[in-house]
Write a protein that binds this ligand. Structure first.
Ligand SMILES: C=C(OP(=O)(O)O)C(=O)O
Ligand SMILES: [Mg+2]
Length: 570
């Protein structure tokens, strides 16, 4: 028996025997050729067959999964038709007399390396897409068959170094009970697809392919990220129990998908989701999200060579708003800086980037960047229920200045005859202690607050959210944090305004009772946390917890708070 720890990528527990998905041998002789045209013809033929195969996988995915995942293969097809990839391969063949395999390998490696080293997770994962497509193309050039996971016909757990999107799309849910890979992260495509197929998965184990052999029995715990190889009888019994419990839990959760969120004593709150791209919206709706509490627009600006145009932004915002119908969508304006750099802006390196020139500070000094975003948002506002939120507000002047620019852009759009919604709420993130402390003054001017605890905790505790050595100080349940949260909620409610929270704390099962008791109106979290949170809230009495509010807020340590709330809500 041996346990391996990886990253929990898709929830659930699977127990079955190992199926090793091996990549075929794609090695080749590095021959020089004497007829480049023949090689180019071979390449064109392989391209044609690969495209046909991808079309088939796309159709299969569309039928068996959904349109969104089928789009991955549309992207692959685009890669194969992209002259920026194909022309350099052909140039290498004709100018260096390289065999098609050599030219493909060298060109693909160059692009993959380039994307892999980018300081942006999204782009790094696009490297995996190019790798996937070019491997398939190479197999056709070499005349070797690619593994076909669709042929699996007994219950298994698929083990692989990595699962490409096309592998994942072919997995038959009836037989493939789970999967585990050496590489990958929570946002890699295979992980995203595992979640929508609802196959338990653990990724990033580093060495699962070496640790198991063909007929081993495995337990894959996608809730905890653990894999148990050849479990003992006791472990098996324990996990079969957990599996049953999880299945029961999921059935319970699913019943609440289209339900509003009420506490046991009948108080309503809103459970919303945090998203980074329009593609994330379907996951929000599938998980019963009542709104988008934070759309991080940075991703529109990242992984590019220049700023996105106003129209590009308009299309992204419109897509999110339309998909959400009349449900609220809080879009946060550009929060660049800190750990999120935009290389093309060429901003000077700073000693303390988290305390530096970022977010609203940058936008107010760079109106040429800020105004197009606000215009795109205002134009998109007629397509849904838009709320605009400014990040990193530290002073009232910043909010007033940002709002004045918005009003100015609105007036100019209206004078151009462009329609703009008249009901857009304008609010701020509360993630800087100064703003939390004078929330009372802010509450008179903003339409809403959303508490960004990821930053509020680091600034209040003076503990860098990225620094492992001070992570013990990063304490969401610290009375100082709870007092600030309480100040913000009371201030807002006194002015008849609503308060959300979009930091990670909002989806944390220990924090949820505390936040409910303090009167938080909207909880914004990752989509898959929504149904468990709704279930939890239905069992909590807001009034009961609120009656302990003064006691909790006067406690001295986070441990005391946790111990107390656990005891009261068990
Ligand atoms: C939601 C927040 O913003 P980000 O994590 O993007 O800084 C936060 O600070 O809590
Ligand atoms: Mg923040």
């Amino acid at each position: 028996m041996k346990n391996i720890q990886g990253i929990a990528a898709s929830p659930g527990i699977a127990i079955a025997k190992v199926y090793q998905l091996e990549t075929p041998d794609l090695s080749f002789e590095k021959n020089v050729i004497d007829n480049p045209q023949e090689e180019i013809d071979r390449l064109d033929k392989a391209l044609e067959v690969t495209k046909m195969e991808l079309e088939q996988i796309r159709a299969h995915t569309k039928k068996e999964i959904d349109d969104e995942h089928a789009e991955i293969f549309s992207a692959h097809l685009l890669v194969l038709s992209d002259p920026e990839l194909i022309n350099p391969i052909k140039d290498k063949i004709s100018s260096h007399n390289a065999a098609a395999e050599v030219a493909l390998d060298e060109t693909a490696t160059m692009f993959i390396d380039m994307f892999k080293t980018m300081d942006n997770e999204y782009m790094r994962e696009r490297a995996a897409d190019i790798q996937d497509v070019t491997k398939r193309l190479m197999a056709h050039l070499l005349g070797v068959t690619f593994p076909d996971p669709a042929l699996i016909n007994e219950e298994v757990i698929v083990i692989a170094d990595d699962l490409t999107p096309s592998d994942t799309a072919q997995l038959n849910r009836q037989f493939v009970k789970g999967f585990a890979t050496d590489i990958g992260g929570r946002t890699s495509h295979s992980a995203i697809m595992a979640r929508s197929l609802e196959i338990p998965a653990v990724v990033g184990t580093k060495n699962i392919t070496e640790a198991v052999s063909h007929n081993d029995i495995l337990i894959v715990d996608g809730n905890e990220g653990t894999i148990i190889i050849n479990p003992s009888e006791e472990e098996l019994t324990a996990y079969i129990g957990k599996q049953k419990l999880f299945a029961e839990q999921q059935e319970e959760w699913a019943k609440l998908k289209n339900e509003p969120t009420f506490s046991k004593d009948g108080e309503q709150v809103e459970l919303a989701a945090n998203i980074g791209t329009p593609e994330d919206v379907s996951g929000v709706l599938n998980n019963g999200g009542e709104g988008i509490g934070l759309y991080r627009t940075e991703f529109l600006y990242m992984g590019k060579k220049q700023l996105p145009t106003e129209d590009e932004q308009y299309n992204a915002y419109k897509s999110v708003l339309e998909q959400m119908g009349d449900k609220p969508v809080v879009v946060r304006t550009l929060d660049i800086g800190g750990d999120k750099e935009l290389e093309y802006l060429d901003l000077p390196k700073e000693l303390n980037p988290f305390l530096g020139f970022r977010a609203i500070r940058f936008c107010l000094e760079n109106e040429d960047v800020f105004r197009p975003q606000l215009r795109a948002l205002l134009r998109a506002s007629v397509h849904g229920n838009l709320k605009i939120m400014y990040p990193m507000i530290a002073t009232l002047e910043e909010f007033r200045q940002a709002k004045a620019i918005l009003v100015d852009e609105k007036e100019s759009l209206l004078s151009e005859g462009v329609k703009v919604s008249s009901t857009i709420e304008v609010g701020i993130m509360v993630e800087i202690p100064s703003t939390a402390v004078i929330a009372k003054q802010f509450a008179k001017e903003v339409d809403f607050f959303s508490i960004g605890t990821n930053d509020l905790i680091q600034y209040t505790m003076a503990a860098d959210r990225m620094n492992e050595r001070v992570s013990y100080l990063y304490q969401p349940y610290h009375p100082a944090i709870l007092n600030l949260v309480n100040t913000v909620i009371e201030a807002a409610h006194n002015e008849g305004k609503w308060v959300g929270m979009c930091g990670e704390m909002a989806g944390d099962p220990i924090a949820i009772p505390l936040l409910l008791g303090l009167g938080l109106d909207e909880f914004s979290m990752s989509a898959t946390s929504i149904l468990p949170a709704r279930t939890q809230i239905r069992d909590l009495s807001k009034k009961d917890i609120a009656s302990y509010k003064d006691k909790i807020l006067s406690m001295g340590t986070a441990d005391e708070v946790v111990e107390f709330i656990k005891k009261k809500t068990d």
